[in-house]
Write a protein that binds this ligand. Structure first.
Ligand code: CMP
Length: 137
């Protein structure tokens, strides 16, 4: 497996609790490098477009409201098998099901306020990186 990139979002519940440094530490300690990052407050248009794949899910409205409720740190992580490695570091979407020591087990509050987002496939990673960092080479 060669070097790969994935998109990470540290979500409003985690930025509000000053967990940015701790969460980035998980990525860096595991060998991932932050190659781009920006702190931002998403507009409903941005969040709605980013999560368009979930538009028919019952939680879509709640997800968009939540993602716009505070600052997020959007970053691109690079390293060997970055997509899967980041998913392992994050743990399951529902923090109650996340393995001990994972970011969501340690820091997430609920399935909606679950501390982090990470791309779920190499194909989606490419789309998501381009969405937030169109200029990134
Ligand atoms: P994320 O990895 O950002 O991708 C989609 C998000 O939708 C997911 O993390 C959760 O935060 C959210 N989500 C998934 N399932 C539910 C649910 N049942 N209720 C509320 N939010 C959910």
């Amino acid at each position: 497996m060669s070097k790969q990139r994935t998109l990470s979002i540290i979500k409003p519940d985690a930025t509000a609790r000053n967990l940015v440094g701790k969460i980035l530490g998980h990525f860096e300690q595991a060998g991932l490098t932050v190659v781009a990052a920006k702190m931002m407050t998403l507009t409903p248009e941005q969040a709605g477009q980013f999560y368009i794949i979930h538009k028919d899910r019952p939680f879509y409205g709640e997800l968009i409201d939540y993602m716009c409720s505070g600052r997020v740190l959007v970053s691109v992580l690079e390293g060997e098998d970055a997509v899967n490695l980041n998913r392992t570091l994050m743990g399951a979407t529902d923090p109650k099901k996340a393995a001990p020591g994972t970011i969501r087990a340690l820091y997430a509050e609920s399935i909606a306020a679950n501390a982090v987002h990470g791309s779920d496939s190499a194909e989606n990673a490419a789309t998501e990186v381009k969405f937030f960092f169109p200029e990134l080479k």
